[in-house]
Design a protein around this ligand. Structure first.
Ligand SMILES: [Zn+2]
Length: 77
């Protein structure tokens, strides 16, 4: 198989962070209980600014990774 490895920003991959392309470690894509995902931690808060940072066509198909969440959180006032 000779699959091109150049990343296409318009190709959503549910297990990859749409912002940085790293694995988002989402429990759902890993086949684990969604309630056990890191994003369910009480200190994780999704703000409108975070949602706005994700391209709209990726918003429902891929989660952000913990690194991007904390980066966005520290950027939010
Ligand atoms: Zn990320």
């Amino acid at each position: 198989m000779t699959t091109p490895t150049n990343s296409q920003p318009n190709t959503p991959q549910a297990n990859l962070c749409p912002l940085c392309g790293e694995e988002n470690r989402c429990a759902i894509t890993a086949g684990d209980d969604p309630a056990s995902c890191w994003c369910q931690a009480p200190e994780i808060e999704f703000t409108e600014a975070m949602k706005a940072a994700v391209p709209s066509h990726l918003r429902l198909s891929a989660c952000l990774c913990p690194a991007c969440i904390s980066a966005l959180a520290s950027r939010t006032e």
